[in-house]
Design a protein around this ligand. Structure first.
Ligand code: NAD
Ligand code: SER
Length: 314
């Protein structure tokens, strides 16, 4: 990143934003990273703005005020919350994205990062090693909005020359901030309950494999993609990336290596159907070739680090 870059992070108070802002500030200086969210921040070590992405004029004002040159747009409604309020999810995820793409193109923002998700795939997509290009028939409103969002990103790149970059994140595991209403949230809750109660009731069934990733890998991937040479990037919709593939039974067994008395039982709910429509693992060779993506955390390392850090928090 050049010395005169100013980065705006939208949805900065969420599970990813909390850690991305910290990582960006450590790398580029607190004053160069403007955090923003619709909610007040618990704390901020640099500039912070209350900003609703549905308000295009307010977004334009903030971009102008700070001479923003890069945007990480993380504000969204996730899969499980989206199913409870599909219209709201569509409006925030779609109109919000269009507001930011349009303002970025108009104001000459140099680069925009926007995350897509494994939710773009559906029940007719191949389950294992799901290819970059394959059937995408999402069932959830969240997945539908992510798939449409990918096409809009590609469209703004092609028609307006906007340098948009995107990753299809898998379920993200982290301890700094709680997850925000997704189907993969069980893989975070399980650590808190294991340490507090010694047991966990999973809303996802025992054998359900899902793609997952530890947050440090996701943050590194995000910044690496934003720093990659533009002419090496063959994909302007969204890149598959893969790290872990495990089921509730498998993560429970990994936790039992540290907490032998930990037990898990199952009471599946509507989120199981969502999980069933998603892949078990992804094929990610485009990301590996184009910008050197490689995960560093396996399941054992993720579980060890999570238990240590969740333990410190509680
Ligand atoms: P989150 O729900 O934890 O955080 C989203 C943030 O957006 C919240 O702080 C919320 O207050 C804010 N927000 C909501 N509506 C807003 C609005 N109208 N204007 C401004 N801010 C608003 O989500 P997250 O897990 O940090 O996810 C960030 C992005 O990554 C989303 O696009 C999500 O779809 C994507 N993603 C996340 C995961 C994951 O496992 N966490 C996986 C795949 C994709
Ligand atoms: N973790 C996200 C969710 O479950 C996937 O995009 O909604």
């Amino acid at each position: 990143m050049g010395t005169r870059e100013t980065v705006l992070v939208l949805g900065a108070n969420g599970q990813i934003g909390t850690e991305l802002v910290t990582a960006l500030r450590a790398k580029y200086g607190n004053e160069n990273i403007v955090a923003s969210d619709i909610r007040e921040a618990a704390q901020s070590d640099g500039p912070f703005e209350i900003l609703d992405i549905m308000n295009a004029a307010a977004a334009t004002e903030v971009i102008k005020k700070y001479n923003v040159t890069q945007i990480y747009h993380l504000a969204a409604i996730l899969s499980a919350t989206g199913e409870k309020n599909p219209r709201l999810a569509w409006q925030v995820n779609m109109d919000g994205l269009l507001n930011i793409l349009e303002a970025s193109a108009e104001l000459g923002v140099k680069k925009v990062f926007w995350p897509s998700s494994i939710a773009v795939f559906g029940k007719n997509s191949p389950k294992r090693l799901t290819p970059q290009y394959t059937i995408t028939d999402p069932d959830t409103i969240y997945g539908i909005s992510k798939l449409a969002g990918e096409r809009w990103c590609q469209y703004y790149y092609r028609t307006r020359g906007l340098d948009v970059r995107s990753i299809r994140y898998p379920g993200l595991i982290s301890y700094a901030s709680k997850p925000g209403g997704g189907t993969t949230d069980y893989a975070v809750e399980i650590f808190h309950e294991a340490l507090k109660q010694g047991k966990y009731t999973s809303f996802i069934k025992e054998s359900q494999l899902l793609p997952m990733m530890y947050m440090p890998d996701a943050i590194r991937a995000t910044i690496d993609l934003m720093e990659a040479d533009a002419d090496k990037l063959r994909i302007r919709s969204s890149y598959n990336i893969h790290s872990l593939s495990f089921s509730p039974a498998m993560i429970a067994a990994a936790i039992q290596m540290h907490l032998p008395d930990f037990t898990i039982d199952y009471a599946v709910d509507f989120r199981q159907k969502i999980a069933e429509s998603w892949p078990a693992s992804l094929e990610d060779s485009y990301a590996r070739v184009d910008w050197g993506w490689k995960p560093l955390y396996d399941l054992a390392a993720t579980v060890k680090d999570m238990l240590e850090n969740v333990g410190k928090k509680i």
